[in-house]
Design a protein around this ligand. Sequence first.
Ligand SMILES: Cc1cc2nc3c(=O)[nH]c(=O)nc-3n(C[C@H](O)[C@H](O)[C@H](O)COP(=O)(O)OP(=O)(O)OC[C@H]3O[C@@H](n4cnc5c(N)ncnc54)[C@H](O)[C@@H]3O)c2cc1C
Length: 456
Amino acid sequence: MDDAHSDDLTPAPTGGLPHVVIVGAGFGGLACAQALGRHPVRVTVVDRHNYHLFVPLLYQVATAGLSPADIAEPIRKVLRRHPRIDVVMGEVIGVDLSGRRVLLAGSGHIAYDQLVLATGSAYTYFGHDDWAAHAPGLKSIADARAIRARVLRGFEQAEISRDADEQRRLTTTVIVGGGPTGVEMAGAIAELANWSLQRDFRNIDPRTATVLLIEAGPRILPAFPEPLADYSRRKLEKLGVTVRTGAPVEEVREDGVVIAGRLCPANVIVWGAGIKASPAAAWIGVPPDRLGRIAVEADLSVAGIERVYAIGDTALSLDESGQPLPALAQVAKQQGLHLGRHLPLLVGDGKAIPPFRFRNRGNTAVVGRSSAIFDFGGGRQMKGWLAWILWALIHVYLLVSFEKRLLVSAQWLWRWATYQRGARLITWDTPSDSDPRAAPSSQPGSEPKIPDHRRI
Ligand SMILES: Cc1cc2nc3c(=O)[nH]c(=O)nc-3n(C[C@H](O)[C@H](O)[C@H](O)COP(=O)(O)OP(=O)(O)OC[C@H]3O[C@@H](n4cnc5c(N)ncnc54)[C@H](O)[C@@H]3O)c2cc1C
């Protein structure tokens, strides 16, 4: 017994039922818990936050389109219909495999019969961890709020500045990474400046703000077919975004980024260039792959370790042709459902968990007001207005509760009709907090890049 974690936080037993502990209430963990809730097992969900976050719409919080509460739901509320599910808010820092315990920061532990690791991923800075201080990724509510504050504060400061160069710097945003997140951020910031802020300032014209999207590769949206990427580039440029491809960032500094030996001064730098898995592999002592992921078998179990499973971004799961499944909400969710449906049959009747099969629902990104792209695979594509409607419908449908669906739909309709954004408050007040560069949640590492592509 590890004395440092002697406080037993395991919820009270429920009639000798097997106890499944799920670490992480993201897309994978929550889907798994909801499926398990229908079976005679006891479940404990552990997360460092008390809410489930709908990450795909985080960029709208960062660009003042939505408020944090619109895209986050208390985990307890989501799971309250399941009396055999407990929720523990805590930071997991390790796993005691021989004692079958999850170790929490502080002195607590939770005993398990079966363990599901669903702890997601963080941004990686390709060996330049120090860049994280200046260029936060977009992974948490704190990141989004801090970026929003920095963007809006930049316009406020530019309004009272009398120096044209400084005004230009204060209204410049650089987005590193031309994947869907970068494209969506660039389009949304350009719209904010062009339309929402346009008439609100007296000394500056927000429409002259610079939004620069930088991609190291030859084109943006490398995970999409070329015609869709070309369409997106044209759309962004029409919105006033400067797109630079084949432009690797050489340095990220407090005052801007260096590309091709030249400093590009910027007030806000957003990192969207690549991700790495959570450190869960280290907790269970398995060698991670080059992106930090835990290799799992077809049934999502961790090879050689009994009673432990990994799903979502933190797992390396292969498709039928042996290719790694992408880091997508749909993959995590489908894996969580699969495990949640079959794990009770394994522990109850000894029925083996069948191999997981991913069903691709299509790859999408939104490119500003009224336009989006969809790649359904097999040459089937969609772009423009209809794709945008489909994107909006799917995202609303995927939100976790009816209340959020209603709230977000109403705000989107209002915003679409009026061009206004309601969440323009600067609520990141203290001097250190006022700088998103001071509060990135991402934990950079030196691993190479997972392309930021996505499917719904
Ligand atoms: C900006 C952005 C936009 C995206 N857009 C899309 C999209 O449009 N479509 C799509 O399919 N995918 C999208 N993705 C990818 C998608 O968000 C991820 O693939 C998905 O969230 C992975 O789900 P998960 O359950 O593995 O992890 P997550 O959803 O990240 O959840 C992990 C959970 O684990 C918790 N956790 C982590 N470590 C600990 C710990 N030590 N202790 C306790 N709790 C812990 C976290 O708090 C979190 O709740 C996007 C990603 C980003 C960053």
